[in-house]
Design a binder for this molecule. Structure first.
Ligand SMILES: [Zn+2]
Length: 598
């Protein structure tokens, strides 16, 4: 056995605190109000504190609006920092839209819609991390039950549209348009839900798979994520079919089966099928689940936040291998001790959040500064200054970070040491010890940059323990006491997604205009601002990059429409939000059919 290169007992601490040239923490400025939008985007209910400012300036088309310190712009005024589209109401299909708006208000229609969702909720189509491929694991069979329910609930839809089952349980619905020169649109959702933790069943006010409508809420796992959207799409198609709509532009719906786990059996297979069938870049626009909306000014102003990009992903396995032996003659550091030093070193050096001007978070911040009371006036002013001033940009970044820890997840790569293994017997030296660190990669970074970063961070520590280093398949350091191996733990590395265009983009205008029309056509006097945002988690869209550049992750639902968020006990949605979703999907389909923006 080789001797330890170093004998200092305080080695890990010296290493942790003295590593040079590595990630440095930015200094933080304390500001008071929580970054509510970011909280919303990870499902935490938003604070309702609104701030009254005095309107001082209305012309904001012109020069830099540094005078915007008092009151945010109304949605119909166009800030050059965050241009807003006009609402788009169907015109060619105007009569049909009006007829359906009326239909959706009928009580009998609404009760039927709530029961249709309830039926789908009652099938526990759970997704598990350890599912084997379809055909090799009986737990997929429940999706067959779900298909029976979908087909019997929406017989007209499955009769009139061409249904293709991809990899047995994924559903692709094709609604042929009369004009084959037009690129189809793609609307997606997922059939699976996260499992209900058995020990929490007692905490549910209604059984988790009841689909119960209590007069205000529809209860059950999947109501908020994502069966509410799936069913709203199918009810919309059903209503359109019954009212004589014949599409000009082909519409495709795709429903995966494992969004809540790997996506490999679901969207991964669907993506191959869709690319083979419709070609690369074969769709004009894709709308999947994602960021919803916030409301302020008592619901008169909606801040809709479709995600135009998503963070990347990398699970890094850190494995230390050292010689074994009897623990009566131990070395100073076992593989477990060395691994602990490495993990401590990682935690002591979080990634530095950044706010590049060309990033989605900067764009989001400028939009909030222009239109929203979610940011305090001081920070809004800093945001406008940050368009040109580097010093203001730094202050803005620090200000956002100081307001809420979630901002760090928006602005930087995150790391979480989530798994650890080591040792088999108390009198045997552990020959191997390993841990896995989950990373969500910032929009401005990449898998390669993260790999380089963690290699450079850990190599000096490995060298202190006299370990060889193999980082992501390359030998990058020699040592005699064992080795450190860094690898992609499950081969699931994912780059940050491409950013869907917004400025001057037809598909973005179509989505924004449709959201605005849905809001304006709802509550009297309400209007919406549509703000591009970054998704900090991943959706099925990670498999769909090749299908279109215009991918938007958006669910037309507000925080007050969800009783307790998703993925937890008492998942329930406000029944009327199903109707609002129908109104959104109806306008989206009708607008896409007649608009020249796609
Ligand atoms: Zn989902």
């Amino acid at each position: 056995m080789a001797e330890d290169k170093h004998s200092s007992t305080d080695l890990p601490y010296v290493v942790t605190q003295n590593a040079e040239g590595q990630r440095k923490q930015p200094k933080r400025v304390r500001l008071d109000i929580p970054f509510v939008l970011l909280m919303f985007m990870v499902g935490i209910a938003c604070a309702k504190q609104l701030h009254k400012f005095v309107l001082r300036r209305s012309n904001c088309h012109a020069e830099k609006p540094v005078h915007l310190e008092d009151y945010p712009l109304p949605p119909h005024v166009n800030s050059s920092y965050c241009p807003q589209s006009e609402a788009i109401f169907p015109i060619v299909h105007g009569e049909l839209n009006a007829k359906l708006e009326k239909l959706y208000l009928e009580e009998s229609f609404q009760l039927k819609a709530f029961e249709q969702l309830g039926r789908v909720i009652r099938v526990p189509s759970e997704s598990h991390d350890d599912l084997r491929p379809v055909g090799e694991d009986d737990r997929w069979n429940v999706f067959g039950d779900l298909h029976s329910v979908l087909e019997s609930t929406f017989p007209l839809v499955f009769d009139k549209l061409k249904a293709t089952k991809v990899n047995t349980y994924n559903i692709v619905l094709h609604w042929q348009g009369s004009d084959t020169t037009l690129k189809p649109i793609l609307l997606t959702a997922h059939q699976d839900v996260v499992p209900v933790e058995p020990t929490t069943v007692e905490q549910w006010e209604q059984p988790p798979y009841s689909g119960f409508y209590d007069g205000a809420w529809i209860w059950g796992r999947g109501t908020a994520d994502d069966k509410g959207s799936l069913v709203a799409q199918l009810i919309t198609v059903d209503a359109l079919l019954r009212n004589g709509f014949v599409p000009k532009r082909t519409i495709v719906f795709a429903y995966g089966i494992d969004e809540e786990s790997s996506g490999l059996q679901g969207a991964g297979k669907i993506a191959t099928y869709l690319e083979e069938t419709y070609g690369k870049d074969g769709f004009a626009i894709l709308v999947d689940e994602g960021g919803g909306y916030l409301s302020q000014d008592g619901g008169k102003r909606i801040l809709a936040v479709p995600a135009v990009s998503e963070k990347g992903y990398l699970d890094v396995r850190v494995e230390v291998n050292t010689p074994g032996g009897h623990s009566s003659v131990p070395p100073r550091h076992t593989s477990i001790g060395i691994l602990s030093s490495l993990l401590t070193h990682i935690e002591a050096h979080p990634h530095v959040p950044a706010l590049p001007r060309n990033s989605t978070p900067f764009h989001t911040t400028l939009c909030l500064a222009s239109y929203s009371t979610q940011l305090p006036s001081e920070l809004r002013r800093v945001a406008f200054d940050a368009v040109e001033s580097d010093e203001a940009l730094e202050r803005l970044r620090d200000g956002l970070l100081a307001r809420d820890p979630i901002a760090a997840a928006m602005l930087g790569t995150t790391q979480a040491v989530d798994l650890v293994w080591g040792g088999v017997k108390v009198n045997a030296l552990p020959e191997t010890a390993s841990g896995v660190i989950n990373h969500r990669i910032a929009e401005h970074s990449s898998v390669a940059e993260l790999q380089k970063d963690i290699t450079e961070l850990l190599s000096p520590v490995a060298s202190l323990f006299n370990l060889s280093v193999n980082a992501f398949g390359k030998n990058v350091g020699e040592g005699g006491a064992g080795d450190l191996v860094l690898s992609d733990a499950w081969g699931t590395a994912l780059e940050p997604s491409p950013v869907s265009p917004t400025l001057g983009s037809g598909p973005w205008k179509l989505l924004s205009g449709t959201i605005k029309a849905t809001v304006q056509g709802g509550e009297e006097g309400a209007d919406a601002v549509v703000i591009p945002s970054l998704g900090i988690g991943n959706t099925d869209t990670k498999s769909y990059w090749s299908l279109t550049r215009h991918i938007f992750r958006y669910t037309h639902i507000g925080p007050e429409d969800m009783r307790n968020g998703a993925h937890t006990v008492n998942e329930a949605i406000r029944a009327t939000s199903v109707i609002t979703e129908l109104r959104f999907f109806t306008k989206l389909i009708l607008n896409a059919d007649e608009s020249l923006l796609l």
